[in-house]
Design a protein around this ligand. Sequence first.
Ligand code: M6R
Length: 357
Amino acid sequence: EKGTYPHYMLKEIDEQPLVMRKIIQAYQNETGELAIEDSILEAVNAADRIYIVACGTSYHAGLVGKEFLEKTAKIPTEVHVASEFVYNMPLLSEKPLFIFISQSGETADSRAVLVHIKGLGHPALTLTNVAGSTLSREANHTLLLHAGPEIAVASTKAYTAQIAVLAILAAVAGKAKGLEMSFDLIQELGIAANAMEAMTDDKEAFEQIAREYLSVTRNAFFIGRSMDYHVVQEAALKLKEISYIQAEGFAGGELKHGTIALIEDGTPVVAISTQENVNLSIRGNVKEVAARGAYTCIISMKGLEEEGDSYVIPHVNELLSPLVSVVPTQLIAYYAALHRDCDVDKPRNLAKSVTVE
Ligand code: M6R
C-alpha cells in the first residue's frame, strides 16, 4: 500500500535507504561478515567470463555490476541487452557463467536467453526481487534483492538493490579467491544508505531543478563519464518513461562526435560528476555545451564540487557512487512528470513486467 504517499514511485524512492540496510542484514552471516552460498561462489569463481543479461533498468544495473566483478573479483564480464543477445550471440568463452538480472523475474526477453544457454549446458544465476519467479526457478542459482514489492512501472529501488547485491557478490567472490577489498563494504553501504536518506529528505531541491529545467522542454541530455556514464543512461530512461521528454544519456567525451549538434539555446544538459579522475573532463564537456547555449545543471559529489553546482550529493565511496547519484535523477524525473501532468505510476504504453518478446 502506498499509505500517505501520492504515488508508489515516490514511496519506493524513499524506501531505498531501508532496502540497503535490509540487504546488508540478509547477506551477513552469524559473525557479521558478508556471505553468499558456497555453491554460488563456486559457480562464480569457476567461470572464466561472466555474461550479464538483462533489460531496461536492470541492464543499467548490470553495467555497474560489471565494474564490481572486474575490479573486485577480477573476473572478465560482459553486459548484454537480452533482446539482442538471443539473436546475435557473442562468441562465448570456455567456461561462461550467465547472470540474469530481473526485478520481476518474468521478463520474456531474458527468459529466452536463459532457455537458450541452458540448452547449451551453461550455468545461470538469477538476481531477482521475486522468489519463485520464472527466471529464478529456471536458473541454477538465485540471489534475492530484498527490495520488497515494486509497484510503480518505473523501477527505482530495484535498481539500487541490484547494484548493492552485485557489489556484495563481487566482494565475497573476490574474498573467496584471496582478493582483499580496499574498503569495508558493509560500512560503505551503510554510508550510502545514509546519503540516500539525506537526499530523500531534501526533495524541494529536486522539485526545483525539475521545474526549472524540465517543465516545458521537449528534450534533455544527461552526461557523465566512467561510473557516471552508467548512471546517466538510467537517468535518461527514467525521465523518458514517466515524463515523455526525449532524453539521452551520453558519455561526456562522445558529445563532440555528433550529439553536440543537437544543442540549442536552452537545451537542458544535466551532468553528473562523482569520480575524481574525470571531474575536470566532464566539467570541460559542460563548458562546451554551455558555450553553445545549453542550460546546464551539474550534480557533483562532495569533495569534487565547484561553486555554482546545482546540487552536491554526500560523499560516498566512488565505486558505490551509482547507489547515491541515481537518487537525484529519480526524484528529478518524478517531479518533471508531475509538473507535466503525467501518470507517474502507470506511464502510457508500458507494463510493469514485459512478458512478451
Ligand atoms: O523485471 P525486469 O527487471 O526484468 O524488467 C526489465 C525492464 O522491463 C524494466 O527495468 C523497465 O526498463 C523499467 N520500466 C524501467 O524503469
